[in-house]
Ligand binder design. Structure first.
Ligand code: SF4
Length: 304
């Protein structure tokens, strides 16, 4: 049997990242002064460098933006305090927050207005988590994993709800929610999963082919939550080597003689040309048979 590459599908860009990139491109071409971007627009080193080369200046906080200038908020969303500060500094805001992140903000606001304690499941220190927590800091308790549930004290168990970050591991989150239901039988949740369609579909696509692969290559930057989850899902499969890379040269040290089938996917912030560079590298290593494996047809017309 010859060497082959299995391409997981769906993979790559999602609706929110597409929107954020388009909005930043339009802003750069239309605005005359320097464009400031609060935090990385999306978690992709190459794309961030590309926008820097076009003149965008990445800042940590709106305090770092000169008064009256244009600032772009990233796809991960911001807390109300950031919006207030931007307003105080008279900044022109271009908000690229993904609508699916806004949905989680709105759920937090709704539950908080009804007097619920909210347990937010997420990745410690992630921008999206910080943004959602800022909507109702007095109501929201953050947890990262099942272990954190034991530390949840002083919550009125008749008025409690859970929400989650959009880019978590679907199976892990289900386990955490099951554990939460055992502790708080009356707990409410979001009407529809907060984990977005793109995250769910890309994890499903990895699971669909992982057991057939000797190596799974996950393309995406190390600080991308979505990409880390794809690597996690691939690792759940026995005896599989998994590598998370930005560029194909990171595969140079591998002994390809030992690898017959290689799975490839890319996170939501990864452009198609980045994936193509990896596939063409593998072709040169003898993986001339490249097969697309579709786990689910993606419908982005109404993903909320
Ligand atoms: S991963 Fe999901 S929530 Fe995040 S930007 Fe993409 S579609 Fe939106």
């Amino acid at each position: 049997m010859g060497k082959k590459v299995l391409l997981a599908s769906p993979r790559g860009f999602c609706m929110g990242v597409n929107q954020a990139i388009k909005m930043l491109e339009e802003t750069i071409s239309q605005e005359s002064g320097t464009i400031y971007v609060r935090k990385e627009i999306v978690h992709n080193v190459a794309l961030v460098e590309h926008f820097k080369s076009l003149g965008a200046v990445i800042v940590d906080e709106v305090d770092d933006v000169p008064e009256g200038c244009a600032v772009v908020f990233s796809a991960h969303g911001v807390s109300p305090s950031v919006r207030e500060k931007a307003n105080d500094r008279n900044l022109k805001v271009i908000d690229t927050t993904c609508p699916l992140v806004t949905k989680v903000h709105n759920e937090a606001i709704r539950f908080a207005e009804q007097g619920y304690a909210i347990i937010l499941i997420g990745e410690t220190g992630h921008k999206e988590v910080t943004g959602v927590m800022g909507e109702a800091p007095d109501n929201i308790r953050f947890i990262h994993d099942e272990k954190d549930i034991d530390g949840l004290a002083g919550i009125n168990s008749s008025k409690v709800a859970w929400l989650s970050q959009t880019t978590l591991n679907v199976d892990e989150t289900q386990k955490i929610v099951k554990h939460l239901r055992e502790k708080f039988p009356l707990i409410q949740g979001p009407p529809k999963s907060d984990i977005c369609y793109a995250t769910r579909n890309r994890q499903l696509a990895v699971r669909n082919i992982a057991s057939e692969c000797d190596l799974f290559v996950i393309i995406g930057s190390k600080n991308s939550s979505n990409t880390k989850r794809l690597a996690e899902v691939a690792r759940e499969t026995d005896a599989l080597e998994v590598m998370q890379i930005d560029e194909p040269e990171e595969l140079d040290y591998l002994d390809f003689a030992l690898l017959s089938t290689i799975g490839v996917t890319s996170g939501v912030s990864v452009e198609n040309n980045q994936l193509e560079r990896v596939v063409s590298y593998l072709r040169k290593k003898g993986y001339t048979h490249v097969e697309e494996r579709v786990a689910v047809k993606e419908n982005t017309t109404n993903p909320i």
